[in-house]
Write a protein that binds this ligand. Structure first.
Ligand SMILES: Cc1cc2nc3c(=O)[nH]c(=O)nc-3n(C[C@H](O)[C@H](O)[C@H](O)COP(=O)(O)OP(=O)(O)OC[C@H]3O[C@@H](n4cnc5c(N)ncnc54)[C@H](O)[C@@H]3O)c2cc1C
Ligand SMILES: NC(=O)c1ccc[n+]([C@@H]2O[C@H](COP(=O)([O-])OP(=O)(O)OC[C@H]3O[C@@H](n4cnc5c(N)ncnc54)[C@H](O)[C@@H]3O)[C@@H](O)[C@H]2O)c1
Length: 471
């Protein structure tokens, strides 16, 4: 890049997750003197306990689930004697060892990149002493104080824990504790059917556990596209998961051989292990924020504007501690925007309507832009087309039966304003839709672009074509 906007500016970043480390790289490129203070390891929860480990686990589960559909494609799995192989088996210690090693390597790679770019990494717990000073408590009990022209708070979030369901790291687990398990849970009760609960419930089902999903709402993935959630819930049930709808957990306790999950309506579910996935809380207490005048929401999240400014001049915040949209990609973007703004580079405010996101279930659910809910509530004046994948020729060849493509286009002008793809590798298929949303392409432009025959992306072009016909 080579631009030196801020040669004498010192930037202190508290938290080394995607919000923090991406910001550090931008600030260093703009010429600032940058220090990242992190307590648990560069990469943050995203790399060490949340995003990276869960997606790595899901890669193994996905691989195994391919064996289940092998017979549909004419493949018979036999041992040396010609007997049918009953099942593939996950060796959990090996799976978890790979996951921990991969996360540690990713953390090291990021630390290496930061060091190469001249960023100082300081192990310790940071706290805002004033708007221009960060106090760091080190593991050996010593403290140091860093002067800062600009402070970025990127301290992330941590699993929500209820007094009546205390994790013990053995049988009652948060999603951050599962990678130490040495035996596959015989019967895992997953509490909470948000994205974390849904992804991990299906991962363990794929690995071979019996799984019961305790969902407090009418359907799983309550915050997501309703059509997509219905497909996923059907798939969960078809593959043998027990989904308990409208079931709020009251408590989780240990029994002699496992766990007992009591529901608010009096029902009880016994299992060998329980996984708690009931949301997160921001890590903002004890940071000296109130004293420094940094305004917090009632939820404890740091209030920020679209260029990541807090209520205190010179103090910015990014990522899960702000509660804007808890995604690694959004945390990183908020961090980059903060530094560009603070250090006088060109900056475009955060635009949540072009964020693409993916739920790594099987099939995956990828979304971008305005949602069906936005369309139904009139937030955007758009029409929708939904095409089931079952009629797509490539899907037929690959044995894909569940999934769809849905596009939303602004009425009259036909610009693409959002989309949903439910398919294997939907995370890759959503990209053309994201490009269309980001650059305000029309359905005609999307429909007029060649797709490979046969391909799943053919359904995206076909949906765009049908939206033209409707206008
Ligand atoms: C199970 C799971 C799976 C997910 N999968 C995805 C996914 O596939 N894709 C996606 O985009 N998002 C995913 N997310 C969301 C993503 O992990 C978060 O949005 C992301 O971690 C937020 O980054 P962050 O920088 O705000 O915080 P974090 O990644 O939480 O990093 C914050 C860092 O700050 C440190 N810290 C906290 N307080 C202090 C302090 N006082 N001093 C020093 N250091 C401190 C922490 O130790 C941590 O290292 C997932 C979340 C979960 C729970
Ligand atoms: N693939 C990804 O990108 C990915 C993966 C995981 C998480 N995330 C991010 O993290 C965010 C949070 O997701 P999450 O699933 O961790 O939390 P969440 O808050 O979205 O879901 C928690 C769920 O637990 C339920 N719940 C709460 N108390 C309960 C109880 N007592 N009994 C039963 N159910 C209860 C809630 O109703 C809610 O549906 C997501 O919105 C997403 O932005 C992203």
């Amino acid at each position: 890049m080579g631009a030196v906007n801020a040669p004498d500016t010192s930037v202190v970043i508290v938290g080394g997750g995607p919000g923090g480390y991406e910001a550090a790289l931008v600030a260093a490129h703009l010429g600032a003197k940058v220090t990242v203070v992190d307590r648990d390891g560069v990469g943050g929860a995203a790399v060490l306990t949340d995003c990276v480990p869960s997606k790595t686990l899901i890669s193994t589960a996905d691989f195994m689930s391919q064996f289940e559909t092998a017979s549909d494609l004419g493949v018979h799995l036999e041992d040396d004697e010609g007997d049918e192989v009953a099942d593939s088996v996950a060796q959990l210690p090996a799976v978890n060892k790979r996951i921990r090693a991969l996360a540690a390597a990713q953390s090291r790679d990021i630390a290496g990149r930061l060091a190469t770019d001249g960023v100082t990494i300081l192990d310790g717990t940071g706290r805002l002493a004033s708007a221009s000073q960060v106090e760091v408590a080190h593991a050996d009990g010593s403290t140091s104080t860093l002067d800062a022209d600009v402070v970025l708070l990127a301290t992330g979030a941590t699993p929500r824990v209820m007094p009546s369901a205390q994790p013990d790291g053995e049988r009652i687990l948060t999603w951050q504790q599962i990678y130490e398990l040495t035996d596959l849970p015989e019967h895992l009760v997953v509490v909470g059917s948000g994205v974390t609960g849904a992804e991990l419930a299906q991962a363990y089902l794929g690995l071979g556990s019996r799984v019961t999903l305790v969902s407090s709402r009418d359907r799983v993935l309550p915050g997501e596209d309703a059509d997509a959630a219905t497909v996923i819930e059907d798939v969960f049930r078809k593959r043998g998961m027990e989904v308990l709808g409208q079931s709020r957990m009251e408590s989780v306790t240990r029994t002699a051989s496992g766990v007992l999950v009591k529901l608010v309506d009096g029902r009880e579910v016994e299992g060998s292990h329980a996984l708690l996935a009931v949301g997160s809380v921001p890590q903002t207490s004890g940071l000296g924020l109130e004293e420094a005048g940094v305004r917090l929401a009632e939820s404890g999240h740091i209030q920020v504007d679209r260029v990541s400014r807090t209520s205190v001049r010179g103090v910015y915040a990014a990522g899960d501690c702000t509660g804007v949209l808890p995604l690694a990609s959004v945390a990183a973007m908020q961090g980059r925007i903060a530094m560009a703004h603070a250090l006088g580079d060109a900056v475009a405010p955060l635009n949540l309507h072009s964020v693409s996101a993916n739920i790594f279930t099987d099939p995956e659910i990828a979304t971008v832009g305005y949602s069906q809910k936005d369309v139904d509530e009139g937030t955007v004046d758009a029409t929708a087309v939904m095409l089931p994948l079952a009629t797509n020729p490539r899907a037929k060849m690959q044995g894909i039966t569940d999934g769809f493509v849905k596009l939303f286009a602004r009425r009259g002008v036909g610009t693409v304003v959002g989309g949903v793809v439910v398919a294997p590798r939907a995370s890759e298929l959503i990209y053309p839709v994201t490009l269309a949303v980001q650059h305000s392409l029309t359905v005609d432009q999307l429909a007029g672009t060649f797709t490979v025959y046969p391909s799943l992306s053919g359904s995206i072009a076909e949906a765009a074509r049908q939206l033209h016909a409707r206008d």
